[in-house]
Design a protein around this ligand. Structure first.
Ligand SMILES: CC(C)(COP(=O)(O)OP(=O)(O)OC[C@H]1O[C@@H](n2cnc3c(N)ncnc32)[C@H](O)[C@@H]1OP(=O)(O)O)[C@@H](O)C(=O)NCCC(=O)NCCS
Length: 187
């Protein structure tokens, strides 16, 4: 069981639960078409954003499989994105992580820095055996985050689903606990 109450500090960021006060910062990136392009959601309206924020405020712990831990990525007091960890299977010790940043903060390594902490929580606190990441093959920035961290590309599914009205595929990346221990990120 993992519950995040206090901010998890990285070199430049604080990862912490969302609060009601984050609505404006969150909408600033959630409303952008380029942010939603390869996500399952559409750009959010203020109403959608408020509903999603309420959901995220409850996603502060991994108590059982199926739970999502959703943390705001805060830089100098502003929420510039989020990162998440889903507990996919308790029996098989599997998880999945994800990340989204405001485009104004791309290109500085923040998604990589935040994601590494989610992997640390998954491997070192929850005891996961394998953590995956998935992205659209056209989402080169997302694939680059996973490769930079050192995940292995395990699969490239071609036209495996209808995504936003057209055929879309999926890249699957993964890291094992042993690979984490041998990585430069491990504690
Ligand atoms: C996916 C996403 C988070 C990637 O953002 P990003 O800025 O490329 O990723 P990072 O924050 O890790 O930054 C990496 C870049 O910063 C550079 N960088 C600068 N300082 C760095 C540092 N200290 N550490 C690591 N990288 C650094 C890297 O060289 C890299 O630049 P490059 O793209 O020119 O090679 C972003 O494109 C996004 O939010 N997209 C919309 C949402 C989305 O699709 N999410 C993923 C769903 S699967």
């Amino acid at each position: 069981m993992i519950e995040i109450v206090d901010p998890v500090k990285t070199e430049r960021l604080a990862l912490r639960p969302f609060t009601e006060a984050d609505a404006e910062d969150m909408l600033a990136f959630e409303s952008l078409p380029e942010v939603a392009r390869y996500l399952f959601n559409e750009p959010r309206t203020p109403e959608d954003n408020a509903k999603e924020l309420a959901t995220r405020q409850g996603q502060t712990a991994l108590r059982k499989e199926g739970d999502t831990l959703m943390l705001a990525v805060e830089l100098d007091g502003t929420v510039i994105g989020y990162t998440l960890l889903v507990w996919l299977s308790e029996e098989h010790k599997q998880g999945e992580f994800g990340y989204v940043l405001h485009p104004a903060h791309h290109g500085k390594g923040y998604a990589t820095e935040a994601s590494v902490e989610m992997l640390r929580i998954g491997f070192e606190q929850l005891g996961l055996h394998r953590i995956i990441g998935r992205c659209d093959p056209r989402n080169t920035g997302s694939a680059a985050v996973m490769e930079r961290i050192g995940l292995r590309k395990e699969a490239h599914f071609v036209e495996s689903e209808i995504f936003k009205g057209e055929w879309g595929g999926e890249l699957h990346y993964a890291m094992l606990a042993t690979e984490w221990q041998n990585s430069r990120w491990s504690s």
